[in-house]
Design a protein around this ligand. Structure first.
Ligand SMILES: [Zn+2]
Length: 839
């Protein structure tokens, strides 16, 4: 855990004690382990001008990684007396800057461009205007430039090791990286319309934002010029371009073109990933109450993307890996990614966070609206599982890394805000809001918020105010605890039947540690009490550290459920008898049965095993079946094993995977090994087969090494089976694994395999001291790998290796590494290794 590192740091630099204390205390008061001494206060950037429009006319030298062109920016002064314009321009070589005379107004006295003096300093282009400008007076600047961007614009090309890699150029502007390939005002508190004129080789196309005005074929040069224009104002980070050879598949939603662009080799996968897009546009347009606003909606899959997807305005970019074959669709779907990026076209693009402190207004909304589409499309059970995944992701970050308020202003780099607090916790906060208001008022508030702020930049208070205006409900207390504070309630609950009072006495405690970050929570909570009398529900308000509620029912109940639909984000310890849990597993709602299966894992008797086995075989909800499998996995008796084995034939691959993982606990059981071997050879799911390989390794089966060797030869979606083989070799601690991992980490192997091989090297290096030096040297060399994701894996592998001899190389990588994410990860690893060295 890294939570406590400030104190550790003080420990090894005692002389810095006083200084560090004053620097870090204010931050510690606002979060726990999130901000540090590098953090600075962030807010909305000051502006002196308002950009109206930008026309970017560019071409590339693909082999050299160069972009060159002219950016024509029209802006107006906000106040009287603007004499200087500062644009963001990192690593751009500026050739000239001039003032364009307004040709339309002054057509008669057209003078052309007037050169201006300028300076380039600290990533900014500082332009002295010809005179002070009045408020509202328009200014059009032409900047001629070229650049070899290290961020923001990426050049993909084949080489000897990857001859099939396509020629592609693509941009990634969020957070503030478009300034690396064109001069601009690169903060999200200004909106403009944009126009991209992009010249590419005739065999390629250029995809950008808005409507396609023209494709001009320049026959003498063998090039084509694509002219795109986005007419709806937006912030700079949403400007994008993708260049390459693509197949265009045209679809349509209510007259709006819906376009899918994939590499020619992927054209048979388009429908599987994208066919639901028009239905999603329909759903969001209807529910948000604002029709899809842009000229078209394009989705382009690209090679070597570092994110899953990016909601560039009207032209989303997606990682190529989202495309998959029929067999992979047993386990994976593109729907979540497609829905997330599409939801951003409203939440993020039409309404944009004014600064990064409020990024949950983009990301939590996209995450929750993805889940809402699941609810609409696949029904309540799949929706429960979406939320459950979000809960687990947030809890893991909260427990293992840090706790912070969803909205905070102390961080080093905006990228740090793109975490599980923003996405997953934020989505669960929206879910609570919906439950608090009820569906009717929730949607009324959402529509009011969307309509009121469409085309604007927003902060959290705008959302809170919109709810208040639409519904009359002031939610100051809700935002204060869930958005401006951190953590979540941890309830400890128990109940007793009071025959004389004819009531259930429900004792509720909030046991989370309360401090500056984490409050005592106030939440309304639903209680469901079931007995021979049926089910009675009660609404209680929990706001104290400890309170007993008396809930009248006519007879002793069979079970009591606290928040039966999991509306509140919480950790819950509910002391229940086995009998009650068995009743809950058999009879409660979807959430109640799923929870009961989890809680029953502490019992190992015949009755419980039977009940879990029945749930695994018969429950209609796959969440319950998988939960029962996990519980049986912990029992580890012969009876539990026999209850698990039929689950290998579950119709849902995800349940089978839970069963396979659970069976991996049955070390030394030859019957289990045989069953898993059969899964590896014959299951239809790539992921189930991969899981079987891992479990066989965990079982220390005699043939485990041979199975891993066999699995290393099996091709699968995203190489999941070969990756499982590598992780199996780590479990086996087999020295022969080192040679395989060294080979598979080679440049030229699929990147997924390389990442797993890198991680395997770290895992094996710790167990096989004789090879440690060799492994260390290899990992250090890979710190300079061209592949972004491989470098990410290498930094984390070096952290696991924990060898002080790698410090120098890690420090050198800080100087070289353009991506903040890598620098931060490398700094954390360096710190961890040093701390270890101090001990
Ligand atoms: Zn997003």
């Amino acid at each position: 855990m890294l939570m406590d590192w400030n104190r550790r740091r003080l420990h090894w630099h005692p002389r810095l004690f006083v200084l560090m204390l004053t620097l870090t205390l204010p931050a510690l008061a606002q979060d726990r382990g999130f901000s540090n001494e590098r953090s600075i206060l962030h807010g909305t950037r000051d502006r002196t001008y308002d950009v109206q429009h930008m026309k970017l006319d560019i071409a590339f030298d693909h082999a050299k990684g160069l972009v060159m062109g002219t950016a024509t920016t029209t802006l107006t002064s906000i106040n009287d007396g603007l004499a200087r314009v500062v644009l963001d321009a990192v690593d751009l070589s500026i050739e000239s800057v001039s003032l364009a005379v307004n040709v339309e107004v002054e057509a008669a006295s057209r003078e052309g461009n007037r050169p201006l003096t300028y300076a380039v300093e600290n990533g900014q282009l500082i332009i002295d205007l010809d005179k002070p400008y009045r408020s509202g007076e328009p200014i059009t600047l032409n900047v001629v430039y070229h650049a070899r961007p290290r961020l923001g614009l990426y050049f993909v090309r084949p080489d000897e090791a990857y001859p099939d890699k396509p020629w592609q150029i693509w941009s990634q502007g969020e957070m503030e990286e478009n300034r690396h390939w064109f001069p601009c005002y690169d903060s999200p508190n200004d909106q403009l319309t944009t126009e991209l004129i992009v010249t590419v080789p005739d065999s390629q196309m250029a995809i950008s934002n808005g409507e396609l005005l023209e494709i001009r074929r320049n026959e003498n040069e063998g090039t084509a010029t694509y002219h795109w224009r986005e007419n709806i104002p937006h912030v700079t980070y949403l400007v994008s371009v993708v260049v390459g050879r693509f197949v265009e598949v045209r679809d349509e939603w209510d007259g709006v073109p819906v376009l899918y662009y994939v590499e020619p080799r992927d054209s048979n996968k388009v429908e599987r990933s994208f066919a639901r897009t028009p239905d999603m546009i329909d759903f969001y347009s209807e529910m948000i109450g604002v029709r899809y606003p842009y000229e078209k909606y394009a989705q382009t899959t690209i090679t070597d993307f570092m994110w899953g997807g990016m909601e560039n305005i009207s032209a989303t970019t997606l990682k190529r890996e989202t495309l998959h074959d029929e067999r992979a669709s047993l386990d994976v779907s593109s729907d979540g990614l497609v829905a997330h990026e599409l939801a951003h076209q409203w939440w993020g693009d039409l309404l944009t966070t004014k600064n990064w402190n409020h990024i949950w207004l983009n990301e939590a909304f996209a995450t929750y609206f993805d889940a809402l589409y699941v609810e609409h499309d696949k029904g309540p059970q799949e929706f429960i599982l979406e939320l459950e995944n979000n809960r687990r992701a947030y809890f893991a970050e909260d427990a293992n890394r840090y706790r912070r308020p969803i909205v905070t202003n102390r961080y080093e780099n905006p990228e740090e805000m793109f975490d599980r607090h923003t996405y997953q916790k934020g989505s669960l906060v929206l879910h609570m809001l919906r439950n608090l208001l009820g569906d009717e008022l929730w949607w009324k508030a959402i529509r009011h918020y969307a309509r009121t702020h469409a085309g604007q930049t927003v902060e959290t208070n705008d959302f809170k105010q919109a709810i208040e205006d639409a519904t009359g409900r002031s939610l100051e207390w809700f935002f204060d605890q869930w958005v401006y504070h951190g953590g979540h309630p941890e309830y400890e609950v128990s109940w007793e039947w009071y025959r004389r009072r004819q009531a259930v006495a429900l004792e509720v405690k909030q046991v989370q540690g309360v401090d500056d970050v984490t409050p005592l929570f106030r939440m309304p909570i639903k209680i469901a009490i079931t007995g021979d009398f049926g089910t009675e529900t009660f609404a209680i308000q929990v706001d104290k550290a400890e309170e007993t509620f008396y809930l009248p029912v006519e007879a002793k109940p069979l079970r009591v459920e606290f928040d039966p639909d999991d509306q509140v984000l919480k950790e819950l310890t509910f002391n229940k008898h086995k009998k009650e849990l068995l009743n809950q597993l058999a009879n409660a709602g979807d959430v109640g049965r799923m929870r009961a299966a989890g809680w029953l894992r502490v019992y190992a008797d015949r009755k419980v095993i039977e009940a879990l086995g029945t749930a695994l075989r018969q429950d209609p909800f796959r969440g319950v079946r998988a939960g029962a499998a996990r519980a049986l996995g912990e029992v580890k008796t012969k009876a539990a094993r026999d209850a698990l084995l039929p689950g290998l034939h579950d119709e849902h691959a995800r349940v089978r995977r839970a069963v396979i993982t659970a069976l991996g606990n049955y070390v030394g059981d030859s019957q289990v090994v045989a069953a898993l071997e059969n899964v590896f050879h014959s299951d239809s799911s790539y992921f189930a087969r991969a899981e079987a390989v891992k479990s066989i390794a965990r079982l220390s089966a005699l043939n485990a090494y041979d199975i891993c060797m066999e699995a290393l030869e099996v091709a699968s979606y995203q190489e999941v089976i070969r990756c499982a083989a590598l992780s199996g070799l780590v479990v086996l601690k087999d020295p022969r694994g080192v040679d395989h991992a060294l080979k598979l980490a080679d440049y030229g192997q699929p990147f997924q395999v390389r990442i797993e091989a890198v991680s395997a090297l770290a895992g094996l290096g710790r167990h096989i001291p004789k090879r440690k030096k060799e492994i260390r040297e290899r990992l250090v060399a890979l710190l300079e790998d061209p592949h972004f994701r491989v470098r990410t894996a290498v930094i984390s592998a070096l952290g696991r290796l924990g060898d002080p001899k790698t410090l120098k190389a890690l420090e050198a990588s800080l100087e070289r590494e353009p991506h903040f994410r890598h620098r931060k990860a490398a700094r954390e690893v360096i710190r961890k290794i040093r701390i270890k060295g101090e001990k």
